[in-house]
Write a protein that binds this ligand. Structure first.
Ligand code: NAP
Length: 295
C-alpha cells in the first residue's frame, strides 16, 4: 500500500519564517525601527494564552517588536475600544490583533470593526473580507493563507481542481474557500447543515477540513489521491488518560487513501503564526509606501 505524502507544515513554516526574518531586518534598516505587532488579550482562556505566548516568542525571533496587552475579563467594551484606538494611532504599531474568543458581554463585530483595516493582520475586518472576495489587495487571515501555502507545496497549479471546504467560519472556512476560488479551483463549501457531507467531500481533489470535531472525516470521505488539509485542533483525553491533540481527519486510515495529507500536530498549526508574522511585515511595508515583500 502506498501512503500519502505528508505535507510537512513545520519545515514549510520554518522556511517562511527564515524569509520573513530577512524581510523584517531589511525593514528595520529602512524604517529605523522593528515592525510592531500588538495583541490584545482579554481574560485568561488557557488555549489563547498559549497561542499568544507562542506568537510573541515567534515574532521576537523574527525580529518584530511584539507586545501583548492583557486586559481583565470584565473590562467594559468602551475601554477595549479605546485601547484599540490607541494602537490604531500608534506609529510604531503595524499589526493589531484581538485574541478571540472575547467574553460574552463584548460584541465581537464591534471590536473587529474598530481595528484599522491597514493594521488588521488577522484579516477579519469587513474591508479586508471584501477585498479578499473581490480580488483586491488586503490582509488575508493567517490560517487559510497557511492552508494555501501547504497546498502549493504539492501542487504547481490548482487551476480547475475540485475543492471542498468543510466548515464555514469567518476565521478559516470562508476565507479558505475565497482563496481556493482565487486560485481557480471549483469550490464547494459544506457545513453542519449540508446533506451528504461525506459524498460532497469524496468529490474533492482538494479537501480542507476546518470543523473542530475529532476524526470526523474518515477514509471513506476522501477521493483516492486527493490532497487533504486538516485544520482541526482538538484537545482530548484518551480512555487511558493521556492528553492528545487530534485533527478533524482520522489520519492513519485517511493517509492510506489520500495522495497528500497534513499531520496534526505539525501541519497547519505552525503555518498560522508564520503567516501572521508575514502579514505584519506586509502591513508595515504598505504603511511605509514600500512594495510588498515576496515570501
Ligand atoms: P468554528 O468557528 O467552530 O466553525 C466550525 C465549522 O464547522 C462551522 O462552519 C460548522 O458548521 C462546521 N461543522 C460543525 N460540525 C460539522 C459537521 N458535523 N459536519 C460538517 N460541518 C460541521 O471553528 P473554526 O474556528 O473554523 O475552527 C475549526 C477547527 O480548526 C477547530 O478545531 C480549531 O481549533 C481549528 N483551528 C486551527 C487553527 C490552526 O492554526 N491550525 C486555526 C484556527 C482554527 P455551521 O456553520 O453550520 O455551524
Amino acid at each position: 500500500m502506498t501512503l500519502a505524502t505528508l505535507i510537512d507544515g513545520k519545515s514549510i513554516a520554518a522556511d517562511l519564517s527564515r524569509r520573513t526574518a530577512a524581510a523584517a531586518e531589511d525593514l528595520r534598516k529602512s524604517l529605523g525601527r522593528a515592525p510592531g505587532l500588538a495583541a490584545i488579550f482579554v481574560g485568561g482562556d488557557p488555549a489563547s494564552a498559549l497561542y499568544v505566548r507562542n506568537k510573541d516568542r515567534a515574532a521576537a525571533a523574527a525580529g518584530l517588536l511584539p507586545s501583548t496587552r492583557h486586559l481583565p475579563a470584565d473590562i467594559a467594551e468602551n475601554d477595549l475600544l479605546a485601547e484599540i484606538e490607541r494602537l490604531n494611532r500608534d506609529e510604531g504599531t503595524d499589526g493589531i490583533l484581538v485574541q478571540l474568543p472575547l467574553p460574552p458581554h463584548i460584541d465581537r463585530e464591534t471590536v473587529i470593526n474598530a481595528i484599522d483595516p491597514e493594521k488588521d493582520v488577522d484579516g477579519l475586518h469587513p474591508l479586508n473580507v471584501g477585498r479578499l472576495w473581490s480580488g483586491q489587495k488586503g490582509l488575508v487571515p493567517a490560517t487559510p493563507q497557511g492552508c494555501l501555502r501547504l497546498l502549493r507545496a504539492v501542487h504547481d497549479d490548482l487551476s480547475g481542481l475540485e475543492a471542498v471546504v468543510l466548515g464555514r467560519s469567518n476565521l478559516v472556512g470562508k476565507p479558505a474557500a475565497a482563496l481556493l476560488l482565487a486560485a481557480d479551483c471549483t469550490v464547494t463549501t459544506a457545513h453542519s447543515k449540508s446533506e451528504g457531507a461525506k459524498e460532497i467531500c469524496r468529490r474533492a481533489d482538494i479537501l480542507v477540513v476546518a470543523v473542530g470535531r475529532p476524526r470526523l472525516v474518515g477514509a471513506d470521505w476522501i477521493k483516492p489521491g486527493a490532497s487533504v488539509i486538516d485544520v482541526g485542533i482538538n484537545r482530548i483525553v484518551s480512555p487511558e488518560g493521556q492528553r492528545q491533540i487530534l485533527g478533524d481527519v482520522d489520519h492513519s486510515p485517511a493517509r492510506a487513501v489520500a495522495g497528500a495529507i497534513t499531520p496534526v500536530p505539525g501541519g497547519v498549526g505552525p503555518m498560522t503564526i508564520a503567516c501572521l508574522i508575514a502579514n505584519t511585515i506586509i502591513a508595515a511595508c504598505r504603511r511605509s509606501g514600500l512594495p510588498d515583500p515576496r515570501f
